[in-house]
Design a protein around this ligand. Structure first.
Ligand code: SF4
Length: 342
């Protein structure tokens, strides 16, 4: 298999949630209303690659993760898995895809069934997918626990309440790995863990991505952990990606005014980046009523008339980064006017 093959690809992906249905509209005469949670997202993740997805709360990060693993049904665009269009697959094909695309949740305290032993929790996906004999499943469970450095001999018969938060999250990762997936969405997987154990869990995720050839989408508010684990970073704002590129370049030399403000909003104490959630000034426009031009124009200090009328495309290649901003396009300002960090 190609070592850096494209595993998962979103192409112009849209996920809209109807607030007022067509039937309601027909009865009341009011227009259908939809929250445009994802509105034209393009993203590619390859084998052995960890892609970080950052942005403020409500920007669509989790919706993108849930859509890519088909927990939400996209309303437009395409999802390709190793080149195959899986956007609308149903039944056995959807089950087969979900076998290979797994989700790790934020909360290791509520995501593990307290009535099951660790062995039963990790085995559960194999039972659901009716994989192997009891002996096969026992081998796979032991191997998955080994991958997350939890000794099966010691933990197999314990219950989640006997484990620390870090151990629980390792079990959640083992449960995702037992099906031998090719793609994992990790949605804030360490945000509820003590800072002292976050690094060890992230290390495991990163190593597994490289060892097993996994494509990982790492969703986080914590830009420090994104820098620690990610190869590539995508920045979301109001349902769209506004900047993407190699992690080091995005985190050290952000180009989009929104990314620059995200970075500038992280207070620095003794050289350490904060792990607090990032909040920026100004109101985020409603995804029910997105601005006609650039979605960031109501909060951007560089906004021009062009910005307020023409939506920029994610097409302006600046070095290794792609940026959705008129500042970098022929119609906008000259690149010489590129903004300094604000
Ligand atoms: Fe700011 Fe205009 Fe760039 Fe949008 S397109 S981020 S409003 S400069």
């Amino acid at each position: 298999m190609n070592t850096n093959a494209v595993v998962i690809q979103a192409q112009d992906l849209q996920t809209h949630f109807a607030l007022r249905s067509g039937v309601f509209s027909a009865l009341t005469g009011q227009k259908p209303v939809a929250v445009r949670a994802l509105d034209g997202v393009d993203l590619t993740i390859r084998r052995r690659e960890v892609v970080g997805l950052i942005g403020e709360s409500g920007c669509g990060k989790s919706t993108l993760g849930m859509s890519l693993v088909r927990m939400y049904q996209p309303t437009g665009g395409k999802i390709r898995f190793f080149g195959d269009d899986i956007t609308d697959v149903q039944g056995a094909e959807l089950k087969s895809y979900r076998h290979q695309a797994q989700l790790i949740f934020q909360d290791p305290y509520s995501s593990l069934n307290p009535r099951l032993t660790i062995g039963e929790i990790v085995e559960e996906p194999l039972r659901i997918h009716r994989i192997g004999t009891a002996a096969d499943r026992a081998r796979k469970v032991a191997h998955a626990l080994d991958l997350v450095r939890v000794p099966a001999s010691e933990y197999l018969h314990r219950y989640p309440n006997a484990l620390s938060g870090g151990q629980r999250q390792r079990i959640a990762i083992a449960r995702a790995l037992v099906l031998e997936p090719k793609f994992i969405v990790a949605d804030e997987p360490v945000s509820m863990l003590d800072v002292s154990i976050q690094a060890s869990v992230l290390e495991i995720l990163d190593e597994l991505s490289k060892e097993l050839g996994l494509a990982v989408l790492y969703i986080s508010h914590d830009i420090a952990t994104v820098g620690y684990i990610c190869d590539h970073v995508a920045v979301m704002y109001l349902g769209q990606i506004v900047e993407e590129g190699p992690a080091e370049d995005i985190l050290t030399a952000p180009r989009h005014p929104y990314t620059q403000r995200l970075m500038a909003a992280i207070p620095s104490v003794s050289g350490e980046r904060s792990r607090e959630r990032v909040e920026l000034s100004g109101d985020v426009p409603s995804p029910l009523n997105v601005p006609p031009g650039c979605r960031f124009s109501s909060r951007c200090p560089y906004a021009t008339d062009l910005c307020r009328t023409e939506p920029p495309a994610l097409a302006n290649d600046i070095g290794t980064q792609r940026v959705r901003c008129h500042l970098y396009s022929a119609e906008g300002m000259a690149p010489a006017n590129e903004p300094e960090m604000v």
